[in-house]
Design a protein around this ligand. Structure first.
Ligand SMILES: *Cc1c(COP(=O)(O)O)cnc(C)c1O
Length: 423
């Protein structure tokens, strides 16, 4: 850790907290960040030369593992031809075709540079289209660091107990109505009061930022019905879930069609990319066909498009069921070990994502449940895993991910490390 620590000390002097995104600092678990030199497949390598099995995968994007040869090749080839033109390229059409083919509710799509930009633009579109101001968001759902969406967000914000954040004027969040995830009656009440003023409801269809909370049966269906009834738009934030659990969104799995879908992470193949799309009739309200302004100097960047396209093309031929089984088996083993050790634990798993909560609760249904778990124990767990050369997120709200590059040897190593744990 010597080189890593040296770099951290240097970074802290010129980058706030030494990092360009707060959770990376690992403060919540009392650790310092690892500085990374490179990644390959399921592994990352620190600047000190240590090899770690990576269950963070850049917080979700790298479902093919690090530096997949075909993704690297595609990005390199694109880069040779120039890095950005500020004019349309054929790649953007190919990307749009891949997305609209995979997710039927998306008839038109616009590329942006991050998930944050996707949700920010989707909300503006919903407000502009409906000519209404209010937005419903769920407590514990994270939609990037958009001003009016930071109220009661999960993940980094939750870990740092920032109730929203300084720097966001009250007038901006006054149009954000907070609802409880999985509580459709609560949403109904909000609509009875404000329905005519609500532009849209934004939701993570699987809440990946409060510890992978699945929607209760009929919750998403209820949202679809209420929003349709009141003429509000239903916005699915599939920035994590898009192409993570199947070739498409979880909307394909649940059979619910939102009006607008936000994407990011996986579709960029590890590059800074986001996208939002939906019904043609709504999307055409964006400039230049419509009057709702939205733009980006680097949007649809050719190198990012090439890497994203290569990623999606590979994913199209991958067996998601295999990855799900792999993850399920891993989680089963982990559950057994914790049981043998009499450590009360609740592992949420869906497909290739899982979270570990140290708690007696047999279910984590919402953000309140997630917040009352033993984070101290989680910190010890994090430290043990890092010492055993397994890289996991420094917060129990954040998902651990597996990738198509993870193999049985990796699984054995993870199991072996948890077996040696002493909490
Ligand atoms: C990561 C994430 C975002 C934000 O994406 P960035 O690329 O970090 O801006 C938005 N919504 C969800 C559900 C996310 O997981």
């Amino acid at each position: 850790m010597e080189r890593s620590n040296q770099l951290y000390n240097k970074a802290k002097k010129i980058i706030p907290g030494g990092v360009n995104s707060p959770v990376r600092a690992c403060k919540s678990v009392g650790c310092d960040p690892l500085f990374i030199k490179k990644g390959k497949g399921s592994k990352i390598y620190s600047v000190d030369g240590d090899e770690y099995i990576d269950l963070v995968l850049s917080w979700g994007p790298l479902i093919l593992g690090h530096a997949h040869p075909e993704v690297v090749k595609a990005a390199k080839q694109a880069l040779e031809l120039g890095s950005s033109f500020g004019a349309p390229t054929p790649w953007e059409i190919e990307m749009a075709e891949l997305i609209t083919d995979a997710i039927p509710s998306i008839e038109m799509v616009r590329m942006v540079n991050s998930g944050t930009e996707a949700t920010m633009s989707a909300i503006r579109l919903a407000r502009g289209y409906t000519k209404r101001e209010k937005i419903v968001k769920f407590i514990g759902c994270y939609h990037g660091h958009v001003d009016h969406l930071l109220a009661q967000a999960g993940s980094g914000v939750a870990t740092y107990s920032i109730p929203g954040t300084p720097g966001v004027p009250e007038q901006i969040v006054q149009h954000t109505l907070l609802a409880e995830f999985n509580n459709i009656d609560g949403v109904k009440e909000i609509f009875e009061k404000h329905g005519e003023d609500i532009a849209g409801v934004i939701v993570e269809p699987i809440a990946g930022n409060m510890g992978l909370v699945l929607p209760k049966k009929d919750f998403l269906k209820g949202l679809r019905e209420i929003t349709s009834k009141y003429g509000s738009l239903l916005i699915f934030d599939e920035v994590i879930t898009g192409f993570r659990f199947c070739y498409g969104g979880v909307q394909n799995i649940f059979g619910i069609e939102p009006d607008i879908t936000c994407l990011g992470k996986i579709i960029g193949g590890g590059f800074p990319v986001g996208a939002f799309g939906g019904k043609r009739e709504i999307m055409e309200h964006l400039a230049p066909t419509g009057d709702i302004y939205q733009a980006g100097t680097l949007s649809g960047n050719p190198v990012a498009m090439a890497a994203g396209i290569a990623t999606l093309k590979i994913l199209k031929n991958q067996d998601y069921k295999n990855l799900e089984d792999y993850t399920h088996n891993l989680v089963k083993e982990l559950n057994n070990i914790f049981k043998e050790k009499s450590i009360p634990v609740r592992i949420n798993q869906f497909g290739s994502a899982f979270t570990i909560f140290f708690t007696e609760k047999d279910k984590i249904k919402n953000f309140e449940d997630a917040k009352t778990t033993d984070t101290n124990r989680f910190s010890h767990f994090f430290v043990h895993m890092r010492n055993s050369k397994i890289f996991i997120p420094p917060s129990n709200f954040e998902c651990m991910f597996t990738s198509f590059a993870h193999d049985l040897k990796d699984m054995d190593k993870i199991i072996d490390s948890v077996q040696r744990i002493n909490l």
